[in-house]
Design a protein around this ligand. Structure first.
Ligand SMILES: Cc1cc2nc3c(=O)[nH]c(=O)nc-3n(C[C@H](O)[C@H](O)[C@H](O)COP(=O)(O)OP(=O)(O)OC[C@H]3O[C@@H](n4cnc5c(N)ncnc54)[C@H](O)[C@@H]3O)c2cc1C
Length: 651
């Protein structure tokens, strides 16, 4: 057991994570930490943005509803391997670096506890929600329609092809009562989920469009900002009561916090005579629907994808579109006059953009579902055919750039897959045009990672007081890898000043656009985790805080793949050589020249390695840094650390 330490006054919850059983937890601080300060790095955002902190700011309130039905299990773990908060070692490096947001989340979960999830000894949050929906099903179905029906928008910001919205509209229509829509702006949720300011801005811009579109159908959109996230459920229930609404609908989100909240709301609403219905919509195939021959969740993509294809071909209704809501009774305008007049709140202070940033993101990423459909259709008619051959070249502008729309729900993954299938001459998801089949398989990765999150919830941070912690690598035995926590290296990575042009170009693209090409995401993630050996979760957090398309499951999956700690990852000994990646995927250096202006004048192959290929003078004159590390040495170090950490030489 680690020595007793005094806990920070603001964090008063016990740890049941049993962290003492993790090798790393018991170890003293890594050398790099002894040598460097622990002050947060504040990398500036090139070329012109204000600086942004990769570490996390304190959130105002750590209290959350105590609604975890798996509580009994937590207690039992507390009894066996848990520590009280005062016993827990808060000096652990991953806490000091904000990897576990301790103002929201307990410390890191022990490997033993992760194993309990794997052995089905702990109920997964999705199972808790499914049980709540199942057990309340009869009672909910008997509740009369009431005077209105409510749809709660979350990450499904569209009117078309929205399952819960469609069900809510149909319920309202059945008794000719109004449909009322709502959206809650939650600064704490944004903080706990590390939502980027660019993304918050995108959502608010989308809401303005939705409000207009809904108003054209006489449907009011209620929007409010609620400081404390724990108050959201009560606020919604009170609104339902105030409006006489007896049915409340939403689409399921697969993050742990949300699953637990929805499970709690299913039961709490029923106690108050309200039927709360949460349905699958964000994915094409619901989590849990695909099982291996042994009845287990797939942990490898290829067989999972074959099963996914077969399942969708067998159940073509999974791709059918849900009609947008029709018009409300005209009396709604008068009855809900105040709701129609509600003004969309500004972004909360912890997530606001400068005026320059606002203009830039509005120009780069027009919001709303109409834009999403236009983008998708343009891609399907102009570029999808060549997708297979061009998708890995960041300068080619060959991908769909719809990830922000999938992530915010301005475009359903179902819509994307259906429309792609329909332009394939086989009308199948596989076969036919290779570009189309390849693109569909990329969209399916999104489903895959959500299935993974639902089945292995310990990869998520959980917002609970006196609860176990998550945020583990999928391969939790990789917890014992000893990472570097080198501020200078991390800062150079964040700001695109590592001296590796392809890495720097990519990080500058991220900082400027809130987006990065997929190949480059893999290159920079591998560089951080393997060349710099920095805890990959710091990169994961930095991505979430800057990506406009930030999505926990896909981001965690992508980082786990690149750092070799995740589900179906690259083997740890496969270490990207940034130079070779650069030569292969940006052969003419177009992408580098676009983003690294110091190298814009460098000609030929020197662009990939200016100091090593005779363009050092130009690079130096323009202030471009020399490489901060030697790739060959880093490779050896990474191999040694991974081997030592996992205690074996195989992946
Ligand atoms: C380290 C890392 C972090 C990532 N973080 C995110 C993230 O936070 N949010 C996010 O949406 N994607 C993430 N991805 C996946 C991928 O990079 C982006 O979805 C893609 O670059 C978006 O561009 P696009 O819309 O042009 O994609 P396209 O190539 O046109 O693909 C179409 C759609 O398929 C989905 N998709 C494609 N590739 C993947 C993938 N590997 N995993 C999951 N879904 C995929 C996306 O919804 C995308 O919009 C990450 C990948 C890596 C390696």
């Amino acid at each position: 057991m680690p020595p007793k330490r005094k806990a920070p006054a603001s964090v008063g919850y016990a740890d049941s994570a049993g962290a003492s059983t993790n090798k790393r937890s018991a170890r003293s601080k890594p050398d790099s930490l002894r040598q460097t300060t622990l002050n947060p790095v504040s990398p500036s955002r090139p070329p012109s943005e204000a600086s942004s902190k990769p570490r996390l700011a304190a959130a105002p309130d750590s209290k959350v509803p105590n609604n975890d039905t798996s509580n009994k299990n937590n207690n039992s773990a507390n009894g066996t391997n848990g520590l009280s908060d005062t016993q827990f070692d808060h000096s652990r490096v991953e806490e000091r670096y904000g990897i576990v947001q301790r103002q929201f989340y307990p410390p890191e979960m022990s490997n033993e506890r992760c194993a309990m999830y794997n052995n089905n000894e702990l109920p997964r949050p999705i199972e808790v929600l499914e049980a709540a929906l199942r057990e309340t099903g009869d009672a909910r179905s008997q509740i009369p329609v009431g005077e209105a029906v409510v749809h709660w928008f979350k990450r499904d910001l569209r009117l078309n092809d929205n399952r819960a919205l469609h069900l809510a509209a149909a319920k309202a229509k059945s008794k000719n009562v109004p449909l009322i829509c709502m959206f809650i702006v939650s600064p704490q949720d944004y903080q706990a989920h590390l939502t980027s300011p660019a993304r918050v801005d995108f959502e608010l811009r989308t809401l303005a469009i939705m409000k207009r579109d809904l108003a054209a159908l006489d449907i009011p959109l209620y929007i409010t900002s609620i400081d404390k996230r724990k108050r959201i459920p009560e606020h919604i229930m009170q609104l339902c009561e105030q409006w006489g609404a007896r049915h409340l609908y939403c689409n399921i989100e697969y993050e742990v916090d949300e699953l637990r909240r929805e499970a709690m709301m299913t039961r709490k609403c029923l106690e108050r005579g309200i039927a709360f219905t949460a349905v699958h919509d964000d994915i094409v195939v619901p989590p849990g629907a695909l099982k291996t021959g042994q009845g287990k969740q797939y942990a490898v993509y290829s067989p999972w994808f074959r099963a996914w294809i077969a399942h969708v071909h067998k159940h073509p209704d999974l791709l059918e579109a849900f009609e947008a809501p029709g018009r409300n009774p005209t009396s709604t305008r008068e009855k809900f006059k105040e709701v129609f007049e509600i003004v969309i709140p500004a972004a909360p202070p912890n997530k606001s953009l400068s005026d320059e940033e606002k203009k830039r993101f509005e120009h780069l990423w027009p919001a709303g579902e109409h834009e999403a459909l236009m983008r998708l259709d343009r891609f399907l008619s102009e570029r999808i055919g060549k997708y297979k051959d061009t998708r890995n070249f960041p300068a080619a502008n060959s991908t769909a750039t719809v990830s922000v729309h999938h992530s915010a729900g301005t475009l359903a993954a179902r819509t994307s897959v259906r429309r792609a299938r329909d332009v394939n001459n086989t009308k199948k998801l596989d076969g036919g045009n290779l570009g189309i089949a390849g693109w569909i398989s990329e969209v399916a990765w999104r489903d895959f990672y959500k299935h993974v999150l639902a089945h292995w919830p310990y990869i998520w941070q959980v917002l609970k007081k006196r609860r176990f912690t998550m945020h583990k690598p999928f391969k939790y035995e990789y917890t014992n890898i000893e990472w570097e926590y080198n501020d200078a290296h991390f800062d150079a990575w964040c700001t695109g000043r590592t001296g590796f042009p392809i890495v720097d170009a990519a990080m500058r693209q991220l900082n400027h656009m809130g987006y990065m090409h997929n190949r480059c995401r893999m290159i920079v993630a591998s560089f951080l985790a393997k060349d710099l050996l920095i805890d990959w979760r710091m990169g994961e957090i930095y991505f979430m805080e800057h990506l406009i398309d930030g999505d926990f499951a896909s981001n965690n999956g992508g980082w786990g793949f690149s750092a070799s700690t995740g589900v179906d990852p690259q083997p740890y000994f496969r270490i990207f050589n940034p130079l070779l990646q650069s030569e292969k995927f940006d052969p003419e250096g177009e992408y580098i020249r676009k983003w690294v202006e110091e190298l814009a004048d460098v000609k030929g192959k020197a662009i990939h390695d200016p100091y090593g290929r005779g363009a050092g003078d130009v690079a130096k004159r323009n202030g471009y840094p020399k490489p901060i590390v030697d790739h060959k040495k880093c490779r050896e170090r990474a191999l040694a650390r991974y081997k030592a950490g996992i205690g074996r030489e195989t992946a």
